[in-house]
Design a protein around this ligand. Structure first.
Ligand code: CTP
Ligand code: CA
Length: 221
């Protein structure tokens, strides 16, 4: 019922969202990943869909049900996520990067399981992953780009710096104080107008408030 009552703030708009962690393989049974349940990204996808948008959700390994009416693309590593996003980004009105993308990946995954009896602990050479959000924002005609910043301290300072560095109009910041995988969150929005704290609450409600904020930026008011 709530879905029906939402104003169609994004009717006719195309919205691309990343969600969840990425998983960077070390060998066939091991990898490097980030903590992320995918709940916030899925909530944003659901809210955008309920606001009338055509929504594509590119997500790393999560166990979340696909929101009704949303096109879902499952990926594993940051390079897969990067490829699927860049193939679609130019055709979008909005891009929201909610994914906790691993900053680094092992240079090459071992073909076979690494065995303990091979000797000393193995060194894992890491290489940097592409910054998906910054690359989308640098497109010739970028969609309206929205980032997320989960920080353990100095939220406003780090969030503002990230917004400037990635050249994006809006970033949603949260302090990692609730842990991961919970239903509730606290978000502060940073944009040209300054700082807007959203009332703490369920991720579904925060997602609706974020979608309303995005719709206002799209309209230019
Ligand atoms: N992001 C991305 N691709 C990456 C890294 C981050 O698209 N390779 C996006 C995230 O989805 C998020 C935003 O950038 O929307 C901020 O991610 P975060 O990890 O907080 O920023 P980093 O620039 O990686 O900085 P750091 O991890 O050092 O805090
Ligand atoms: Ca990072």
């Amino acid at each position: 019922l709530v879905a029906f009552l939402q104003p169609k703030l994004l009717a006719g708009r195309k919205v691309l969202i990343t969600a969840g962690p990425t998983f960077e393989a070390i060998d066939p049974v091991r990898g490097i990943t980030n903590l992320s349940s995918g709940k916030m990204g899925f909530a944003v996808a659901r809210a955008a869909r309920e606001a009338g948008a055509e929504v594509t959700l590119v997500c790393g390994p999560v166990s979340q049900p696909t929101p009704r009416g949303v096109t879902r693309i499952d990926v594993t590593g940051a390079l897969d996520m990067h490829r699927e996003v860049m193939a679609r980004a130019a055709a979008q009105d909005v891009f929201v990067g909610v994914a906790a993308v691993a900053d680094y990946r092992p240079q090459a995954a071992a073909e076979h399981k690494i065995k303990k009896d091979d000797g000393a602990p193995p060194a894992i050479m890491l290489v940097e992953n592409p910054d998906i959000l910054a690359e989308v924002a640098a497109l010739p005609k970028p969609p309206l780009c929205v980032g997320f910043a989960a920080e353990s301290r100095n939220l406003a300072d780090y969030a503002r710096k990230k917004r400037a560095k990635k050249k994006i109009p809006l970033i949603a910041g949260n302090l990692i104080e609730h842990g991961f995988g919970g239903e509730d969150n606290t978000l502060v929005l940073f944009d040209d107008a300054g700082q807007t704290p959203l009332p703490p609450g369920p991720k579904s409600e925060l997602a609706r408030a974020l979608v309303a904020h995005i719709a206002r930026l799209l309209r230019g008011d």
